[in-house]
Design a protein around this ligand. Sequence first.
Ligand code: URP
Ligand code: ZN
Length: 458
Amino acid sequence: MTLLIQNGTVVNTDSNKIADVLCKDGKIIKIEKDLIPDSTPDKIIDASNCYVIPGGIDPHVHMHLPSPAGFSSDDFGSGSRAAIYGGTTTLIDFVTPKKGQALNDAISQRKSEAANCLTNYAFHVSPVEWRDSMEDEIRNCVNKEGFKSFKVYMAYKDSIGLNDDVLMKVMKAVSKAGGMVTVHCELGDDIEELRTQFASDNKLSPKYHSLSRPAELEAKAVKKAIELAKVANCPLYIVHVSTKASLKYISEAQENGQVVMAESCPQYLLLDDSKYNGVFNQVAPFVMSPPLRKPSDNAALWEAISNRTVLTVGTDHCPFTQEQKEMGKDDFRKIPNGAGGVEHRLALLFTYGVLGGRISMEQFVSITSTNASKIFGMFPAKGIIAEGSDADIVIWNPGKENTISVKTHHQNCDMNIYEGIKTKGTPEYVILDGKVVLEKNRLSQDIRKGSLLKTKPF
Ligand code: URP
Ligand code: ZN
């Protein structure tokens, strides 16, 4: 199968030029201006007036995530389909074992849950406790399974969260094995105290979710995670940074030469805590952890993207339906945490980042694809338009306007936190492993299942 993409503006992190791109059997084989192929291609796409960019890599999604309110409402099939509609061709989800479950057993289970994934995908693995065999299990993940990224939670102490002593043991084991720790930074014990206090004062409406998770408890957790990682000599990636106060510790560590990387999400760049004013059904969709912050935090995060303190933007895609959110109608502590967004990441970042004058087109490619590929060991197969790389490509039409709505989105959810937000720019074509899977907003009928990617050491 050969595919020729003509006359597009090919954008990588360090270049932006008009060229033709020839793909064969899933790989990019030639990039040249006015390229003349040896034989007639099976398909030719005219990409005039469009950008040709690497397929999006979303480093943070939770498909089919178990919660007391049931599974997050997108499974790997529906969530990856929505991802393709938005120009994302690789997802990184999570393996979260039950207490007592061996990591390799949890990995096998997660592999079967992900079997209907339409995009390529990889996993972060979460140690949720410490036991004598954990160091070997972590080493096994890195050397045999090909998973190098380990996600730990400082929040959620009643379920998957880790105490500091366990965090340190995990970091040391991961460092020894040649992996990387990714961390959800919120101080779980302090949050639990605030939640209990609000509940005993009968303050149970959803806005208390936000008030029980103040920005300083994220920033303090960031500071602590950085300190622990320094002692453990472990590369650190901080997920969903939401506040300016955290950025100070991250940039200080980076200036001191420590390997500390940071991710943010569109919701922390574009939405703010005014969403927590209103009645239950208005507020509950925005119950997520960490919660939305202030407009000044939005601005600081954009600045951090522009100066490379923050290297990636994932979505933390974790949608729940209205019915699921209503589990917490009488108690904010029972509202399942999370919201969807996997479909909208590129359009939001293009509209409010590139067209908003905050980032260049090259930075757009960095934060939506290349940096995640490099950090999570997929480069140069993914995250770049280059000869020899995988043909995961998006042909981006910068002119097409859209208004995000639950009526037209493809996420399996009856609400959308970006409802009514206008975007400009859309994936006109999405090419996955050299095959056109989305053409002018129409999904191909015969998409193959995506592949589970093995990631190389950091
Ligand atoms: O509220 C969120 N983010 N839910 C998903 C789980 C997590 O904490 O990442
Ligand atoms: Zn998450």
